[in-house]
Design a protein around this ligand. Structure first.
Ligand code: HEM
Length: 211
């Protein structure tokens, strides 16, 4: 329906994208916090994560949370990826993605001149979403290799086995945490994107709906 400013309320985020996004966000928080609990039992670097940031209470509890949340992340992630490919949501939402476009939108963003159109991601967002998708795949694959180092040894074999997989897993986690920090900052800067990610709908100019 048109409002006084000639804008129409349309669906900008399909229900499956919203559902999988929020389940994924919860699963990632559980994965990261329980992962930090496991890390603290045998740190790779000369620091540990503080008690308030970890989940599980002790090593065994951390592993139990990590594996439970892993099934949620993998099942939900597969649903998102299969839908994203089959419905062409990925192609529509994340492409085109060119270095020139990313550079242009990055400069606009840093000078606060980047316009935000509901339901249309800018090139920097597209890059971030594709990168976090790849980091998620790297985290899951390296994690499976660490979980079943004998049965799934083929995962780590080409890159030096278990010790390298630990680093891959750690760096994938670091990248995902970095993504979440930037993602939350961007949502805080353009807060009107949040209700649309919950309800799916936003008001956009009728000229942009093709109506
Ligand atoms: C914690 C892990 C999270 C990951 C991995 C993640 C990832 C993503 C991805 C991939 C998209 C694009 C979805 C698509 O169209 O296919 C997206 C969109 C979005 N996310 Fe997240 N997200 C996370 C958490 C959050 C949280 C906690 C919030 C809010 C507090 C949030 C708010 C949003 C909003 C508002 C959009 C739409 C942005 C727009 O329309 O410009 N996300 N997120």
């Amino acid at each position: 329906m048109d409002d006084a400013r000639g804008r129409e309320r349309v669906v900008v985020h399909p229900a499956i994208v919203r559902l999988t996004h929020w389940i994924n966000a919860a699963a990632i928080v559980m994965m990261v916090m329980s992962g930090w609990q496991i890390y603290d039992a045998s740190p790779l670097l000369p620091f540990t994560f503080p008690g308030w940031a970890v989940l599980g209470g002790w090593l065994g509890g951390g592993i139990a949370w990590h594996l439970a949340a892993m099934w949620l992340l993998v099942g939900n992630g597969l649903l998102y990826v299969v839908y994203g490919v089959a419905s062409r949501h990925f192609a529509h939402a994340f492409l085109p993605l060119t270095p020139r476009g990313v550079w242009r939108d990055l400069r606009r963003a840093l000078t606060f001149q980047l316009p935000h159109k509901a339901g249309r991601y800018n090139a920097v967002q597209r890059l971030l979403y594709v990168v976090v998708l790849l980091l998620g795949i790297a985290a899951v694959l390296s994690g499976l290799g660490l979980w079943k180092p004998v049965q799934l040894s083929w995962i780590g074999a080409p890159i030096g086995g278990y010790p390298t997989l630990r680093w891959v897993h750690f760096f994938a986690m670091t990248g995902i945490v970095g993504f979440v920090a930037i993602h939350l900052l961007l949502v805080a800067l353009v807060p009107r994107t949040l209700p649309a990610m919950i309800t799916g709908r936003a008001r956009i100019p009728a000229t942009e709906t093709g109506a």
